[in-house]
Design a protein around this ligand. Structure first.
Ligand code: SIN
Length: 287
């Protein structure tokens, strides 16, 4: 963009860009906010490097993009109930977000996005991967696009504990029954092909963590097509991988990307602060 405040450096042609030229500790002028929003819509996730922001500045920056989402499944930072902790301790085997997902796909208004700030990092590992579901949709055949445009999918929190989930989050038997009951209210049906609420871009909206089945189809009937869509969406050339450093911040658009937090740093602490922006209902795209 001519006379831009922000220097946009894409990490790949379809997903992820580093944004340079702004200090997020200071109040941003409106033009900078617009440029960040534009980059977010284009690349699905934007990254900032070498930033030093405290908790209040993290909140102030995130609030420029919409109202903050209050309730979280995460533990929160003392004195800052709006800041969720994405924490893994050296003695823990399970991490948060360790499979492809979009956050809170199982509620009526999934979040607009999240701003994740690195607070403590392992010496090596703990990267996060992102894929752009607008690009994944664009790269399907016209025939499959047409079929998918007629479908809706059931999304449920309990699905993240399914028997074929990654080993560190798999549960069955009595434990599974307890989880099914505990999370029964967190279930919602969304269109499989949505129009992005702000940019209008057409997006494939299914993910392996929360999508249970297509509405009106059994789980068994749904599984082959869902599996095809998942492996298509995470083809290596569709994905970017972000290597966190001290001072790194990621801001993802939760309607247009899936993300995956790698769990490859056992025995070390990783602590991130996450603030989430409220979302809106998801409407089917007109294809
Ligand atoms: C998440 O899924 O929100 C966690 C992402 C990360 O820790 O990199």
């Amino acid at each position: 963009m001519k006379n831009s405040i922000i220097d946009v450096r894409p990490l790949s042609p379809t997903v992820g860009a580093e944004l340079h030229g702004v200090d997020l500790a200071k109040p941003l002028e409106e033009r900078a906010v617009l440029e960040i929003r534009d980059a977010l819509h284009k690349y699905g996730v934007v990254f900032f490097r070498d930033q030093t922001i405290d908790k209040a500045q993290h909140l102030a920056f995130t609030e420029r993009f919409g109202p903050i989402k209050g309730k979280s499944f995460l533990g929160t930072v003392e004195g800052y109930p709006m800041i969720g902790e994405v924490r893994k301790e050296p003695d823990q085997s399970r991490n948060i977000g360790g499979d492809w997902h979009t956050d809170h796909a199982f509620i009526a208004n999934p979040p607009l996005g999240s701003v994740l700030v690195a607070r403590e990092l392992p010496a090596v590992g703990g990267d996060t991967m992102f894929t752009n579901m607008g690009n994944a949709y664009d790269r399907l055949s016209d025939g499959l696009k047409k079929t998918l445009s007629t479908l809706r999918a059931v999304q449920a929190k309990r699905q993240s504990f399914k028997p074929d989930a990654p080993a560190d989050r798999r549960v069955d038997g009595a434990e599974k029954d307890k989880i099914d009951q505990q999370f029964a209210q967190y279930e919602f049906t969304h269109p499989v092909v949505i129009a992005h609420p702000e940019s209008g871009r057409t997006i494939l909206y299914v993910n392996p963590t929360y999508t249970v089945r297509f509405e009106g189809w059994t789980q068994q009937e749904s599984a082959p097509l869902l599996q095809y869509l998942y492996q298509h969406a995470v083809r290596p050339e569709f994905v970017c991988r972000f290597n966190w450093r001290e001072g790194s911040i990621a801001f993802w658009d939760n309607r247009s990307v899936m993300h995956y937090a790698l769990n490859d740093y056992h025995g070390e602490r990783r602590l991130m602060h996450r603030i989430t922006v409220e979302g809106s209902p998801l409407a089917a795209a007109t294809v």
